[in-house]
Design a binder for this molecule. Sequence first.
Ligand code: F3S
Length: 106
Amino acid sequence: THVVTEACIRCKYTDCVDVCPVDCFREGPNFLVIDPDECIDCAVCIPECPVNAILPEEDVPADQLAFIKINADLTPKWPSITKRKAPLPDAEQWKDVKDKLQFLQR
Ligand code: F3S
């Protein structure tokens, strides 16, 4: 599967959802996740993300490993998103900020 990591938090650009052929993105208040049971590892979403938040599971760096479980855990709680929408209003201010896990709204 592919995994949405920390860079998405408080940005949520949503360019990724427009290209997903299996509609596997789920939307929370300030983050998206990928349904690990639906993702077919096509990788087309990776270059769409302006903050490079999406990675194949095997390439998730050590400091982002918690996001594998976060994507799986939040998938059943959040609704599907299949069409791009405006990013969060202050996305530009947050796009280069590190340690955003504390801001994740579940
Ligand atoms: Fe998030 Fe990047 Fe998609 S910021 S919503 S993973 S385009």
